[in-house]
Design a protein around this ligand. Structure first.
Ligand code: F6P
Length: 358
């Protein structure tokens, strides 16, 4: 009898259920007898022994269902080393649950922080397989995470909708897009939605250069401008500050978000109407798109194959157009940023898109 635990950790995304379904289908196919335990609310469930025994029916009809049927939670290790509410050390309690259930493997569907924890549990002797979740696509070691394409689709639809109204009213529209500290969603949705200016955390912007791009459009008789700004984008004067000072300035920023800061700064240059649109958590909601359903199913199949081969301590990844696996330790704690030298950035510049830096 094979006994496997599943948990979904961190911010949710559209293809978590599709991925669990993929692993389960693979396991039911590759093993004669399988028991799957679903831990509720991520690592919290593993710590507290809060789980459900899952049946094959639980995985039926969920390939297109957003969110996670197991629930999720963030930052289980914020208090690492300190006692949990029930007085148990967190690492010890997770190991105890794993051992009590006699698990052969734990599958962790999570992003950067969650995979760091997965690696730690693997180093503690548990058999762990990581699956690369996050709309932000910032997990180091994989070209693609599940959730990313669905989020790009939603952000693109927002830009599409803004386009028609911006054009009707000759307005400057600032669309603020998720992505935490990286600009992958903004870059892709910005290109897909035909944004005129794309501002990313990785390429600090100069407000004068942003205005220059808007002014050029006016001179070219284009009455409106769409600016796609990543939620983590920074003006160059802040990005260039020493780390400690920069953190302080960011923490004390009086604006509700970067879009408001940008709008306020642009008002010093133009009297044109400026409006803001923020799709926010809609980017993480609803059904996974077809791409995510396929990549999640492939990731799930790969995880089942790794379990069959007893090849643990691995993160399933998509690299050079192949679904493969790397050691969890290689990815743990590293973020994958957009590089200003990436081909996609220079191609976008060729298309006339401004990054607000030149
Ligand atoms: O990591 C996914 C993400 O949606 C980021 O893009 C965003 O910065 C963050 O989570 C929002 O977190 P929360 O759901 O906790 O507000």
């Amino acid at each position: 009898m094979l006994r496997v635990g599943f948990l979904t950790s961190g911010g949710d995304c559209q293809a978590l259920n599709a991925t669990m379904r993929g692993i389960a289908k693979g396991l039911y196919e590759l093993f004669d007898e399988v028991e799957i335990y679903g831990f509720l609310e991520g690592y919290k469930g593993l710590m507290r022994g809060n789980y459900i025994k899952m049946k094959p029916e639980d995985f039926s009809g969920i390939i297109n269902k957003g969110g996670t049927i197991l629930g999720s939670s963030r930052q289980p290790f914020k208090l690492m080393g300190e006692p949990t509410e029930d007085g148990l050390d967190k690492v010890r309690s997770m190991k105890e649950t794993y051992k009590k259930l006699k698990l052969d493997c734990l599958c962790v569907l999570g992003g950067n922080g969650s995979q760091k924890t997965a690696n730690m549990l693997s180093e503690e002797g548990l058999n762990v397989i990581g699956l690369p979740k996050t709309i932000d696509n910032d997990l180091w070691g994989t070209d693609m995470t599940f959730g990313f394409q669905s989020a790009v689709d939603i952000a693109t639809q927002t830009i599409d909708c803004i386009h028609t109204t911006a054009a009707s009213h000759n307005r400057i529209f600032i669309v603020e897009i998720m992505g935490h500290k990286v600009g992958w969603i903004t870059l892709h949705a910005g290109i897909a939605g035909g944004a005129d200016v794309i501002l990313l955390p990785e390429i600090p912007y100069d407000i004068e250069k942003v205005y220059k791009a808007i002014d050029k459009r006016t001179k070219d008789n284009k009455g409106f401008t769409i600016v796609a700004v990543a939620e983590g984008a920074l003006p160059k004067e802040v990005a260039e500050l020493p780390k400690k000072k920069r953190k302080e300035v960011i923490a004390n920023n009086p604006y509700p978000s970067v879009a408001y800061e940008l709008a306020d700064k642009l008002k010093a240059y133009t009297t044109q109407d400026i409006r803001i649109a923020i799709p926010g958590h809609t980017q993480r909601g609803g059904s996974p798109d077809a791409y995510d359903r396929v990549i999640s199913s492939r990731f799930g199949a790969k995880a089942a194959e790794l379990i069959k081969a007893k090849d643990f301590g691995k993160l399933v990844v998509f690299l050079d157009n192949k679904v493969t696996a790397i050691p969890l330790s290689e990815s743990a704690g590293k973020l994958k940023y957009v590089s200003p030298d990436d081909d996609i950035v220079s191609e976008a510049r060729t298309l006339g898109i401004s990054f607000g830096d030149k």
